[in-house]
Design a binder for this molecule. Structure first.
Ligand code: KIV
Length: 265
């Protein structure tokens, strides 16, 4: 198996091969993703909500992203590793944006970064790409703008909103992104965009016509309690399996049936 590159993902789109990406945040999950043949791991800023217990993704810091990007890149060598740029690490200042993206690649071991937004980050993307840093775009539901969007809602439902996303997808492609994430948009809109761009369009809640899919690891394996977002599929119910194991462990310690001789030295 060879290292997955941005060029490989583009080739997969050309050959009509679907791409599978996963949001993951640690060494062990990265190893599992690699062993399952997943093409790319996004160290998403969903880290904030899934692992760090924040209410949304806004509080996530560069230090936290760097810490988890390092862990993922230690765990997986073959998948393309993409690090999310956290809120305010790229919006306020071009120089800071370049420095922070560089840090995630140079120190974190990522091979690409992801930024949320459209025409307002065009210059930033162009500069990153011309400095040799592959950039993934993210349109539709962009969680870092949650307060402006007024909640986690489907985007691009009316003609005006849909056209804006189509136009911004084109702008991002022209700015040099190697791939685009479309989050929570109607499937027909995602189809139009995937067909009109030459780069891979990866969907989450964007339907089956995308060139690939991305999901959050914890949603797929049922590690987020009872709630599963509509766009995800729960392949396992790990929360309850783990809880049952921990209850059993506690019972056995309390009853003195663990450890046994074979667990001792
Ligand atoms: O942070 C994240 O995991 C993401 C994906 C859901 C696309 O941005």
């Amino acid at each position: 198996m060879h290292k997955i590159t941005t060029a490989k993902l583009k080739e997969m789109k050309k050959n009509k091969q679907k791409i599978t990406l996963l949001s993951a945040y640690d060494y062990l999950t990265a190893r599992l993703a690699e062993s399952a043949g997943i093409e790319g791991i996004l160290v998403g800023d969903s880290l904030g909500m899934v692992v760090l217990g924040y209410e949304n993704t806004l509080p996530v810091t560069m230090e936290e992203m760097l810490h988890h990007t390092k862990a993922v890149s230690r765990g997986a060598k073959l998948p393309l590793i993409i690090a999310d740029m956290p809120f305010l690490s790229y919006q306020a200042d071009l120089k800071d944006a370049l420095y922070n993206a560089g840090k995630l690649i140079k120190e974190g071991g990522a091979q690409a970064v992801k930024l949320e937004g459209g025409r307002e980050i065009q210059e930033t993307i162009t500069k990153m790409v011309s400095s040799g840093m592959p950039v993934m775009g993210h349109l539709g539901l962009t969680p870092q703008s949650i307060h402006q969007l007024g909640g986690y809602k489907i985007q691009g439902k009316n003609q005006k909103e849909a056209q804006k996303i189509i136009d911004e997808a084109k702008i991002l492609e022209e700015s040099g992104i190697f791939s685009l994430i479309l989050e929570c948009v109607p499937r027909e809109l995602a189809k139009t965009i995937a067909e009109s761009l030459s780069i891979p369009v990866i969907g989450i809640g964007a339907g089956e016509f995308c060139d690939g899919q991305i999901q959050v690891f914890h949603d797929l394996v049922g590690l987020c309690g009872e709630f599963t977002p509509k766009h995800a599929k729960r392949y396992l119910n790990l929360s309850s399996e783990i809880k049952n194991a921990l209850i059993k462990y506690k019972e056995e310690v309390a009853q003195g049936t663990f450890p046994q001789k074979e667990n001792s030295f």
